[in-house]
Design a protein. Structure first.
Length: 186
């Protein structure tokens, strides 16, 4: 009976820790949105407004969007030391682009997207390499990142390891240590 109570306490503390760590990472990632100092790309919206972004974040967290809308342009430009590379995104306005980028960086708006996508819409990005962002690309990125009905312990398709795994693993080890010590003194 006592072990059940300890296990429940452990699970509650672990969930609280995971939530706090995830929130801290979200806050830190949100500071990168629009940060000119560390950005290496400028996405140009249909209305001409430019949004600084980080190529590595887009490549890792929105691979479908990156492949369909950025990769070809960046490859053609090559590296430009000290200068931001501009990539036109097409028919999406600045507010929509900013919403999407903020979602990619922080995962704040994930709950607003459907949990399944038709195969037809999933494949539309592969055949459409234009600079027009459509909603199927957005949905594909969120699904590729494994945000739909997936636990933190499962692998992501883009990195091959669970998101937040290193941070959470060290937190779980800390919880184990605390629980071990508390049971020794009882």
């Amino acid at each position: 009976m006592r072990s059940v109570v300890v296990l429940e306490q452990y699970n509650a503390v672990r969930e609280q820790l995971q939530a706090r760590i995830a929130e801290k990472i979200r806050k830190q990632m949100s500071t990168l949105v629009g940060n000119m100092d560390s950005a290496d790309l400028l996405l140009v919206a249909a209305d001409g407004r430019k949004l600084p972004v980080h190529e590595c974040i887009l490549r890792a967290r929105a691979p479908g969007f990156y492949q369909c809308h950025i990769e070809a342009t960046v490859s053609a430009m090559g590296r430009q030391n000290g200068r931001l590379r501009e990539v036109a995104i097409g028919d999406i306005d600045s507010s929509g682009l900013e919403f999407f980028i903020h979602s990619v960086y922080t995962e704040d708006e994930m709950a607003q997207f459907p949990s399944s996508v038709d195969d037809e819409r999933h494949d539309s990005c592969a055949s459409n390499r234009s600079l027009v962002m459509d909603e199927s690309t957005v949905e594909m990125d969120f699904l590729q990142r494994g945000t739909v009905k997936r636990s933190l312990g499962e692998e992501t398709p883009t990195t091959g390891r669970p998101p937040l795994s290193d941070t959470l693993a060290s937190g779980v080890r800390l919880i184990h240590t605390i629980l071990d010590r508390s049971t020794k003194f009882e």
